[in-house]
Design a protein around this ligand. Structure first.
Ligand code: ADP
Length: 357
């Protein structure tokens, strides 16, 4: 039974999801793959009565589908133990975020959690990993989107997509919504001739954020940024917990090297070797360390190829173990991506606005 598109109260027109979950069939009477996927998505979002919840009724199915298929991550697949260092951040997040999501009955009134969490710091330090781990540890549905895609890829439609995002999240509670590069959405900088649509997007986002922590909604918003200084007062107020995610310590860097090599069965370095690599990688981010290990692990292979071996006939056992020298050479190629200058900026902002400064 095909319910024709209805014009909703807010003016949403053709293609609105209407109320019912049943979808049109293809000309042959059989549904196409695309229709099948839309039907599945609508089914997932429907309440026990088979109807879409009110706040989703006037949203276009293709937006709901995009949120369900692309933004929602069924299996974030990161645990606390996968993240090196950041003990303090993990402890705070557990208390501020995970416990309240697991036990909303205890965390109310005075114990009510903050509305939003901001993770700030240099790129490649594990902010996205923390977001995923929170969803995993709190048994919550994880939604992840980069704010710049809302402003660039979804030009003119960002506002509707934000409504769909928070709407779908409210059907899949408890939920964690992770917004990367949140500064590009909530920037204090009024770009010259800021478009009407981007102003509406920002307004809609702030409205949804207000609703997030209120009442019985169990939706946590996490914003991540490398440019916290771009956030204005209103954004800071809404992201009431602000955690600095710094560069990895010496020990955390050692942990990253070891765990990547152990994972691949390639750990042949002594403790002293690892220690000496860590001494020379002060200022490297977690993601820089990953790139360094990648580069170093190419050493044995490159050597064989230089000796004239053919790539198609090389076997794993032909390759010598990775050595400290491979890392020394890799250090020439992989440089730290964050400058000391930038670090000072994060530390200043942390002292001024951070939750744990
Ligand atoms: P961010 O969101 O802070 O820019 P990510 O969380 O996306 O950084 O990290 C990028 C990659 O760098 C991760 O997939 C991981 O391989 C590595 N990495 C960064 N920080 C850590 C960390 N603390 N522990 C383990 N791996 C890390």
């Amino acid at each position: 039974s095909f319910i024709p598109p209805v014009r909703g109260a807010n003016g949403a027109s053709a293609g609105a999801a209407g109320g019912a979950v049943s979808m049109p069939r293809g000309p042959s009477g059989n549904s196409t793959a695309a229709e099948e996927s839309t039907r599945k998505c609508m089914e997932m979002l429907a309440g026990p009565d088979g109807e879409l919840p009110d706040r989703l009724k006037n949203l276009e199915p293709r937006l709901l589908e995009h949120v369900s298929n692309e933004i929602m991550d069924q299996d974030p697949n990161v645990r606390w133990d996968d993240i090196a260092g950041l003990e303090h951040a993990k402890k705070c997040v557990t208390e501020m975020v995970i416990w309240p999501l697991l036990r909303p009955d205890i965390f109310q009134g005075c114990r009510a959690p903050g509305k939003g969490l901001l993770l700030f710091g240099p790129p490649g330090t594990g902010k996205t990993m923390i977001g995923k781990a929170i969803a995993g540890e709190a048994k919550a549905t994880f939604f992840s989107i980069s704010a710049s895609s809302l402003t660039s890829k979804w030009i003119g439609e960002g506002e509707k997509l934000v409504r769909a995002l928070f709407g779908v999240a409210s059907c899949r509670q408890p939920a964690v919504i992770f917004i990367d590069e949140i500064d590009s959405l909530l920037s204090q900088r009024k770009s010259e001739g800021e478009h009407e649509s981007s102003r509406r997007l920002k307004t809609q986002f702030l409205i949804e954020m207000e609703g997030c922590g209120s009442g019985t909604e169990q939706i946590l918003l996490i914003g991540a940024t490398n440019r916290p200084q771009e956030l204005d007062e209103a954004a800071r107020r809404r992201l009431s917990k602000r955690l600095y995610i710094p560069l990895p310590s010496h020990e955390a860097r050692a942990w990253i090297i070891r765990s990547l090599l152990i994972r691949d069965g390639l750990l042949s370095l002594s403790d002293e070797d690892v220690d000496s690599i860590c001494t020379t990688t002060d200022g490297y981010s977690g993601s820089d360390m990953k790139n360094l290990v990648k580069e170093a692990s190419m050493g044995p292979l490159r050597e064989l190829l230089m000796q004239g071996k053919d790539i198609s006939s090389i076997s794993q056992s032909d390759m010598r173990p990775i050595t400290l020298q491979d890392f020394t050479s890799a250090l020439q190629q992989v440089r730290p991506s964050v400058s000391p200058n930038e670090l000072g900026m994060y530390e200043d902002w942390n002292r001024q606005f951070g939750s744990l400064a």
